[in-house]
Design a protein around this ligand. Structure first.
Ligand code: ARG
Length: 315
């Protein structure tokens, strides 16, 4: 993020509901980009040759962008946990892919590509530490043969109390049954149709006010129909190509602030009308790897209403 970008984010009059006493600070898992780079290609955004031509410059830019992003999230009230970076694992920074977490249970990811499978043991170790520290209760594995790339393909919709699950390029359809069984909530599977949006979080975001912001062309006709069935026309925010290609759907919501890498005037106005603030902080270096804001974080504190009711009843 350059200085001008940072200036554009105004912290005056921020909504502090995220940090109010009734709702504890949102907990996020992140990983410093100490070993980030584009050294292989497993999605259409990744061009290792172009990265290599200027790798030091790109790596330095990535570190600056990540630090600014981390600062924005912290100032919005997020409590951030870090998983140690590992040499040779450039994509470990995308912690959304590490696991799926709900009701203090972490379902560890299994990756499609060997390049990322090497992350799995490091993620498992990091979650054992989070478990020992009391941040999660249970750490569970997927059944054999099932691939699910964490929250990157499974987005929690608190309004509808369900997971939207993308499948095809990375996660397998069989992950739907596994996630349903483990978390006891509905999981709506949406087939992904555009190789640019290979993880569902690059094309869909469930906003805290109940809107679903998405890239229609990223889904098959059946997937779009499944969205229409559950989201009223007034709650559908369709993202145009300009925003889609800058991964604006890949946003992190903290309270009513949406943090993203870039946002057109039009989308910003639409979101403002709905009561959101948009904070942009460039993550262009991570887009060279096919990732953006949401991909660089993993929410650890999501609770289903069912679980909350049980807790109230027990108290
Ligand atoms: N280079 C990474 C990959 O292709 C990017 C992952 C982005 N993460 C995400 N949740 N969309 O796997």
């Amino acid at each position: 993020m350059d200085a001008s970008d940072f200036e554009r984010i105004s912290f005056a009059g921020l909504d502090h509901s995220a940090t109010s006493r009734s709702s504890p600070a949102p907990a996020l898992l992140m990983c410093e980009p100490a070993h980030f780079g584009v050294t292989y290609s497993i999605n259409p955004w990744m061009d290792p040759a172009s990265w290599a031509r200027d790798d030091r410059v790109h790596a330095a830019a990535a570190r600056r962008e990540w630090t600014a992003f981390h600062r924005v999230l912290t100032r919005l009230g997020a409590a951030i946990e870090l998983i140690p970076a590992v040499p040779g694992l450039p994509d470990l920074v995308f912690t959304a892919n590490a696991a799926l977490v709900l009701d203090r249970t972490a379902l560890l990811a299994r990756f499609r590509h060997p390049e990322r499978q090497a992350e799995e043991s490091h993620v498992a170790a990091a979650f054992r530490v989070l478990q020992a520290r009391g941040i999660v209760d249970d750490v569970v594995a997927l059944p054999d043969g099932v691939v699910l790339e964490g929250a990157g393909d499974c987005v929690w919709d608190a309004t509808r109390q369900l997971f939207w699950m993308g499948y095809g390029p990375r996660s397998s359809l069989a992950a739907r049954a596994a996630a349903t069984e483990i978390f006891g909530v509905d999981v709506v599977a949406l087939e992904l149709a555009d190789p640019r949006f290979y993880h569902m979080d690059t094309a869909l975001s469930a906003l805290p006010g109940g809107e679903v912001m998405y890239v229609p062309g990223a889904f098959t006709a059946a997937g779009r129909a499944a969205i229409h069935e559950r989201v009223t026309p007034a709650q559908r925010l369709k993202i145009g190509d300009d925003d889609a290609s800058r991964l604006a759907a890949n946003t992190v919501a903290i309270g009513n602030t949406l943090v993203m890498s870039a946002c057109s005037r039009r989308l910003r106005a639409t979101l403002r009308e709905r009561g959101y603030r948009v904070a942009t902080t460039s993550l262009a270096s991570f887009q060279r790897s096919g990732g953006s804001a949401f991909c660089l974080t993993l929410r650890l504190d999501r609770r289903s209403a069912r679980r909350e009711m049980r807790q109230i009843a027990a108290a």
